[in-house]
Design a protein around this ligand. Structure first.
Ligand SMILES: NC(=O)c1ccc[n+]([C@@H]2O[C@H](COP(=O)([O-])OP(=O)(O)OC[C@H]3O[C@@H](n4cnc5c(N)ncnc54)[C@H](OP(=O)(O)O)[C@@H]3O)[C@@H](O)[C@H]2O)c1
Length: 318
């Protein structure tokens, strides 16, 4: 198993983790029984770096993981997030990074997760109204209290990363990175590297698009969040499929799946990068897990790099 050391504080995780978001919301119907079985299987193969957030569900994704943790908490490297406020009815209530909010969220997450510690606690989105130093200060107090082990940030810029890291060592930055979302490679990833902060790539399969499984809007269930995402409009899909065709071409030549090429490309970006593909299917879990041993040749890497660099993705990320 390939592992990645996230940050200087010593958090070691498998290079391929498991994104759990889609098990509860956004990508189709939730089926807790199937998801619990999948989480069992994941643990069985060693895929024990699980990613959730309080706002997924909302709240039900943490509850699901809470059930999966019973009697084996220490076997799982558990990552969750706070900061995006949701109501019980699903309403979107803004962003908060206030110290009181951070502490209340942590206690609520611990309760739902059925545990007394979180391995990696992320601020999900920076709060423009609260200096990041204050938020990190509160997170540092949570480390001192033994409620969380490591600190992470999600979707912050290079400047915020520096400010935060100055207050308390940040172990991981989680941000979108895939063949169709490469902005982070410009300023942010180099800054994280300079500071010795590990990187966790979310949506490494382009929310499923890069696997080739989504060729039209009808391939998504009614109510799927992606139907309202700009990259999944009819026009965007038609154009963005040219990138998928490139991935498929390389996958066919190599005798692997497009999903494996997409993941191997992310992992090939560096030994400080872990990816957290999300799935609800055992066959996908196994394919994704196996992608850590797929080595792209220099030619394949550069072909993908150049093609995706020159490719004009249609639609914003959000
Ligand atoms: N920090 C943030 O702001 C943020 C934002 C988004 C996501 N995340 C985290 O990152 C995780 C992963 O991102 P994501 O779920 O958005 O996108 P992703 O991992 O790029 O793609 C997930 C989608 O791909 C499908 N899939 C997975 N493996 C496949 C395979 N081998 N072949 C074909 N299809 C496959 C899944 O289908 P099925 O579900 O049907 O199996 C699902 O629809 C999330 O679960 C969440 O924990 C974080």
């Amino acid at each position: 198993m390939k592992t990645v050391k996230l940050g200087q504080q010593g958090l070691i995780v498998p290079a391929v983790g498991l994104g759990c978001m889609g098990m509860s919301e956004f990508y189709g119907q939730a089926d807790d029984a199937k998801s619990l079985k999948l989480l069992d299987e994941a643990l069985g193969i060693g895929c024990n770096f699980w990613d959730t957030a309080d706002m997924y569900g909302p709240f039900t994704n943490e509850e699901l993981l809470g059930k999966a943790l019973v009697n084996r908490r220490e076997k799982i490297i558990l990552a969750t997030k706070f900061g995006v406020k949701r109501g019980q009815d699903g309403a979107w209530l803004g962003i908060s990074g206030s110290p009181e909010y951070v502490k209340a969220c942590c206690d609520a997450s611990l309760k739902r997760l059925n545990t007394d510690y979180i391995d990696l606690y992320y601020q999900h989105r920076p709060d423009p109204e609260v200096p990041i130093e204050e938020t990190i200060g509160a997170m540092a107090e949570l480390v001192q209290a033994g409620k969380i082990r490591y600190i992470g940030l999600s979707e912050v810029g290079a400047e915020e990363l520096v400010k935060a890291h100055h207050v308390y060592p940040v172990s991981a930055l989680q941000t979108e990175l895939s063949l169709w979302s490469r902005d982070v490679e410009g300023m942010v990833l180099p800054k994280a590297r300079e500071l010795g902060i590990g990187f966790v790539a979310y949506s490494p399969l382009g929310r499923g698009f890069l696997t080739g499984a989504i060729k039209q809007r009808d391939d998504l269930e009614r109510g799927d969040w992606r139907l309202s995402n700009p990259r999944f409009s009819e026009k965007a899909i038609a154009s963005n499929l040219k990138l998928v065709e490139k991935v498929e071409e390389i996958a066919t030549e190599k005798g692997v799946t497009p999903s494996q090429v997409a993941l191997a490309w992310v992992l090939a970006k560096g030994d400080d990068i872990a990816a957290i593909p999300g799935t609800r299917h055992p066959e996908y879990l196994n394919l994704n897990w196996a992608s850590q041993v797929i080595v792209l040749s220099e030619n394949e890497k550069s072909e993908l790099d150049v093609f995706s660099n020159n490719f004009k993705v249609v639609g914003d990320r959000y």
